[in-house]
Write a protein that binds this ligand. Structure first.
Ligand code: BV8
Ligand code: ZN
Length: 250
């Protein structure tokens, strides 16, 4: 792949890089995305599953969906895209990954500075007493897991539509976007806010913003450049360019 002179300059010199990831970076691990044709939600509308009212109306359906996703996540592994970002963190002084994904694959790949904007599917908490259940009993068919402390309904610790993102986490993501000189948006359809606002926040602060996706998105025209390709191929190439241009031989 041929990369632009501006991107090559950033890869050689950037002291601060911020990366926003979406379901597309986990696609090559075998985790279905949300909105492409095989998308998780092709059978459901987000409104039907990922909001508190839908959950209260039909907790069993929502739990069966999350239990099915947890099963997938327990069977997959980080891919070269996740691993490349984990390696970049070693060579770039200030490197932040803000992810919309709830699958935990960045941490499993070795990334240490990961901001989980939409929570993590492995955690659950009680909607009544708020206590966390590390790993609730998987819901038996027709039932949703209940809190061992108070018997209340457990819910996945993810951010649903209409719910605020964890404030401190999103603030850190905005700060990282503001101070970076290179912003990479990887594997996201850029339709969900406020996460999708991060690249524009970076741009307003003078960063060079690059989209890496297998297809163009709603925001493609607002990026400095869009690299069409798979995250699992592009990110390892960018890692090599960083190491080569900085004479890192490890
Ligand atoms: C909130 C739950 C406010 C966990 C999810 C403006 C400002 C604020 C809010 C809004 C706003 N405008 C609209 C809203 C409301 C809403 C929203 O954004 N709606 C959209 C649909 C219009 N936002 C919210 O409700 C947010 N809450 O802001 O509250 C508020 C204010 C006051 C008071 C109270 C509240 C909450 C948003 C979070 C919702 N939760 N998930 C879970 O179950 O996973 S969102 C869900 O979508 C996932 O988290 C997912 O990560 C996210 C985004 O999807 P993507 O990751 O982009 O995945 P997708 O499948 O769409 O795309 C994959 C891409 O990868 C594709 O482009 C594909 O081409 C590409 N790809 C595929 N393979 C590869 C690849 N790319 C590279 N390589 C490959 N191999
Ligand atoms: Zn409880």
């Amino acid at each position: 792949m041929i990369y632009s002179a501006e991107l090559l300059r950033c890869l050689e010199r950037a002291e601060s890089i911020c990366v926003l990831t979406g379901a597309g970076i986990s696609a090559e691990s075998g985790v279905p995305t949300f909105r492409t044709n095989d998308g998780l939600w092709s059978r459901f509308k987000p409104e039907e599953l990922a909001n508190i009212d839908a959950f209260l109306r039909n907790p069993v359906l929502v739990w069966e969906w999350y239990a099915a996703r947890r099963t997938v996540i327990h069977e997959v592994f980080p891919n070269p895209g996740h691993e490349a970002l984990a390696s970049m963190e070693r060579w770039i002084r200030d490197f932040t990954v803000a992810t919309q994904n709830v699958d935990g694959l960045h941490a499993r790949a070795g990334s240490r500075k990961v901001l989980e904007l939409h929570g993590n599917i492995e955690r659950s908490y009680c909607i009544d007493c708020g206590s966390f259940a590390e790993d609730p009993d998987p819901p038996s068919p027709g039932n949703a897991p209940l809190c061992k402390r108070c018997g209340g309904l457990l819910r996945p610790d993810v951010v649903w539509f209409g719910e605020q993102l964890p404030e401190e986490v999103f603030q850190k993501a905005e700060q990282a976007a503001r101070r970076c000189s290179l912003f990479l948006s990887v594997g996201t359809s850029s339709v969900v806010y406020p996460a999708a606002s991060l690249p524009m926040t970076a741009r307003e602060s003078g960063a060079y913003i690059v989209e890496i996706n297998t297809e163009r998105t709603e925001l493609s025209s607002r990026f400095d450049e869009t690299i069409l390709g798979r995250a699992g191929s592009i990110l390892p190439e960018l890692l090599q360019l960083i190491k080569h241009s900085r004479k890192i031989h490890q």
